[in-house]
Design a protein around this ligand. Structure first.
Ligand SMILES: Cc1cc2nc3c(=O)[nH]c(=O)nc-3n(C[C@H](O)[C@H](O)[C@H](O)COP(=O)(O)OP(=O)(O)OC[C@H]3O[C@@H](n4cnc5c(N)ncnc54)[C@H](O)[C@@H]3O)c2cc1C
Length: 465
C-alpha cells in the first residue's frame, strides 16, 4: 500500500494574488461597505485551526495565510464578496470558528478568507416537524439553547459544540455526540436544504433541496458558500451523564458492545482504557480514575437508570458518577469524548497524535492484534456509532508519534485487520473522511465555481479531473 500520508501540498494550486488584484479587491470590498482585514495578527487568526494534532499536517500547513480577510453579516454582503473575488480572480476560503482538524479552513494558496460569524440567527423552527433553518455562522451551543427552549435539540453535535459554527460542522465535520443514534452528518435525512451563493461571473443565490444539497455536505466549502441551512432536529431529552468503571478493558469492551444493543435510550457512549482515563479532567465530584480503572462515558435518558442497575453486575462494572447534563460543574462528559479526548491527552503528553477507524466486528481480535504489535504506543479510545443502520464501534486511538513510517505501518496493519480508515492526516476532502471522489461534489464545483476559486487544493476530484 502506498503511503496515505501527504508529504507535500496538493497540486496544482493557483498562484497567490498579485498586489494589484488585492488592491482592486479591497477597493470593491470597501465600496460594498466591508472592511478588508490585512494585519498579520488578523490574517494569522483567520488561518489557524487544530491541524497541530497531526505531526504530518503541521509542517505542511503552518505559516499558510490568506492575503486578505473579510467578515460579512448578510447574504447581500456575501454576494458582493463573491462577485469581487470572481471579478479579480482571487481565491476564496470560508471560515467558521476554525476548529477543524485537517486545515479545512486554512487557505493553501493565499487569497481571501471570508468569515461569517455575524450571520448567526435561527431563522425558522417548524414546531410540528422540528425542521429548522439557521444561518451559517450560528454557534452550535447557541443554536442548541434556542432549540431546547422549544423542546427540540440537534441530532448530532461535535464535542466542540461550544465553539464550532453550524456551517463549519456541516462542511468540515462528520459525526459526534448523537452518532450512536443518528449516524453521520452525511447520512440522508439530516440535511434537508441549503441556500448557497455561487462563484460564477454573476454570482447567484440558490435554494437547494435535500438531494442537491448533499453535494455541498462535507465539501470543505469547495463548491458553494453556504448562507442558510435547513436540518432535521430531535425531541429534546434531559440527558443524564454516567461514568461507569470496569476492572478490565475486556469487561469495558463487552459493555460498550452490548449497551447500544439494549432498549436503553442513549445519545453517546465513549470507552477509555485506564491509561487514557487517567489523563482526563473529570467533572467536579467525579472520582479520579484509578490506574486500573477502564471507563465508559455515557449519555442516557433518565428512564435508562433503572435498567442500568440490572445490567451493570452482568458486566462487572459500577457506576462511579452521575449528573444531569447541563447541571454538573467542571468539564461535562461531552467535552471528554470524540476529539476532546485527544485534546486532553495531548495536553498531558503532546507526543501523542491519533487515528480515526471504524472497527471490524467482532472488535476484540483487531484490537488485540494492534495491542500486541504496538503496546502502549497505541491507547484505546472508542466511540459507539450507527454506521449504515448498524451499531458499530469507532476508534480514535491515541498514537505515540514515532515518525511517518511507523504511522504508515500502523495504518496498513489496521486496514489489513478490516478497519475502515477516516484519515486525520490528510488535506483533501477525499483522503480524509470521504474515502473517495464523489462525482456530485466535483460536478457541483464545475457548476457553482467554474474558475476553481473556492478553497483551492482541497477537492482532489477537481484537481484530477
Ligand atoms: C477538540 C476537537 C474536538 C472535535 N470534535 C469533533 C467531533 O466530535 N465531531 C466532528 O465531526 N468534528 C470534530 N472536530 C472537528 C471540528 O470541530 C468540527 O469539524 C467543527 O464542527 C468545525 O466547525 P468550525 O465552525 O470550527 O469550522 P471551520 O473549521 O472554520 O471550517 C470547517 C470547514 O467548513 C468550511 N466552511 C465554513 N463555513 C462555511 C460556509 N458558510 N460555507 C461553506 N463552507 C464553509 C470551511 O471552509 C472549512 O473547510 C473536533 C475538533 C477539535 C479541535
Amino acid at each position: 500500500m502506498a503511503s496515505l500520508l501527504p508529504s507535500a501540498l496538493p497540486h496544482p494550486l493557483p498562484a497567490p494574488a498579485q498586489a494589484e488584484q488585492l488592491e482592486a479587491l479591497a477597493a470593491d470590498l470597501r465600496a460594498a461597505g466591508l472592511m478588508p482585514l490585512r494585519s498579520s495578527g488578523e490574517l494569522e487568526q483567520l488561518a489557524a485551526d487544530a491541524f497541530v494534532y497531526s505531526p504530518v499536517l503541521q509542517p505542511l500547513l503552518q505559516g499558510l495565510r490568506a492575503q486578505l480577510g473579510v467578515r460579512a453579516e448578510s447574504a447581500d454582503q456575501v454576494l458582493a464578496v463573491a462577485a469581487a473575488c470572481v471579478r479579480h480572480g482571487v481565491s476564496l476560503t470560508l471560515r467558521g470558528a476554525g476548529t477543524g482538524n485537517y486545515g479545512q479552513a486554512t487557505p493553501l494558496a493565499g487569497g481571501l478568507v471570508l468569515e461569517l460569524s455575524g450571520m448567526n440567527r435561527l431563522q425558522q423552527l417548524d414546531p410540528s416537524s422540528g425542521v429548522f433553518t439557521a444561518e451559517p455562522g450560528i454557534l452550535l451551543a447557541d443554536l442548541e439553547q434556542q432549540l431546547q427552549a422549544r423542546g427540540r435539540e440537534l441530532r448530532l453535535l461535535p464535542s466542540t459544540v461550544r465553539t464550532a459554527s453550524l456551517a463549519g460542522y456541516l462542511a468540515g465535520g462528520s459525526s459526534g455526540i448523537g452518532s450512536l443514534r443518528w449516524g453521520f452528518l452525511r447520512d440522508p435525512g439530516h440535511l434537508l436544504g441549503l441556500q448557497i451563493i455561487t462563484l460564477e461571473p454573476t454570482p447567484r443565490q440558490l435554494q437547494l433541496g435535500a438531494a442537491d444539497a448533499q453535494a455541498i455536505n462535507h465539501a470543505y466549502g469547495c463548491n458553494g458558500i453556504i448562507t442558510s441551512i435547513t436540518m432535521a432536529s430531535a425531541e429534546a431529552v434531559p440527558w443524564q451523564q454516567w461514568v461507569l468503571e470496569f476492572p478490565s478493558w475486556d469487561q469495558a469492551l463487552v459493555a460498550a458492545q452490548q449497551l447500544p444493543a439494549t432498549a436503553l435510550q442513549l445519545n453517546a457512549l465513549c470507552a477509555l482504557e485506564a491509561g487514557v482515563a487517567l489523563w482526563m479532567p473529570w467533572p467536579k465530584g467525579c472520582p479520579p480514575a484509578k490506574a486500573d480503572g477502564h471507563r465508559l462515558l455515557v449519555l442516557a435518558a433518565p428512564d435508562a437508570r433503572v435498567a442500568l442497575d440490572a445490567l451493570l453486575p452482568r458486566w462487572g462494572g459500577q457506576l462511579v458518577w452521575e449528573e444531569p447534563q447541563g447541571q454538573s460543574r467542571g468539564i461535562p462528559l461531552r467535552e471528554l469524548c470524540w476529539n476532546h479526548t485527544t485534546l486532553h491527552a495531548r495536553a498531558h503528553d503532546p507526543s501523542f497524535t491519533y487515528l480515526q477507524l471504524l472497527l471490524p466486528q467482532p472488535e476484540q481480535p483487531a484490537l488485540a492484534a494492534l495491542r500486541q504489535r504496538w503496546g502502549d504506543d497505541v491507547l484505546w479510545h472508542l466511540e459507539a456509532v450507527r454506521a449504515q443502520g448498524q451499531q458499530r464501534l469507532a476508534c480514535l486511538p491515541l498514537v505515540r508519534w514515532r515518525g511517518r513510517e511507523a504511522l504508515d505501518d500502523l495504518i496498513r496493519q489496521a486496514c489489513d485487520l478490516g478497519c475502515l480508515l477516516f484519515n486525520p492526516h490528510a488535506i483533501t476532502v477525499e483522503d480524509g473522511g470521504l474515502g473517495g471522489v464523489d462525482a456530485a461534489q466535483v460536478a457541483a464545483k464545475a457548476s457553482y465555481d467554474p474558475a476553481g476559486l473556492l478553497n483551492p487544493g482541497k477537492l482532489r476530484g477537481w484537481l484530477e479531473r
